[in-house]
Write a protein that binds this ligand. Structure first.
Ligand code: SF4
Length: 66
């Protein structure tokens, strides 16, 4: 499981939100625990585009994430 974790996971705000129970497990499993494949945050990060903290890996903005 270790190598399947996204390389950004430890510094990604989604980790902290997930640990507080604010992000659904299925999203984290689909993206963060699957090498970040298809993650919009990762996509933007790698293109050097600023991504808001409250953007989920699927690109949706969740206003409850603070
Ligand atoms: S949200 Fe995206 S960038 Fe952040 S840890 Fe998950 S897969 Fe990686």
């Amino acid at each position: 499981m270790e190598q399947k974790v996204c390389k950004w996971y430890n510094i990604c705000p989604i980790k902290a939100f997930f640990e507080k129970g604010k992000v659904k497990q299925e999203l984290v499993e689909k993206y963060c625990f699957n090498k970040g494949i298809g993650c919009k945050r990762m996509d933007m990060e790698e293109k050097g585009i600023f991504e808001p903290c409250n953007m989920l890996p699927n690109g949706e903005i969740d206003e409850n994430l603070k």
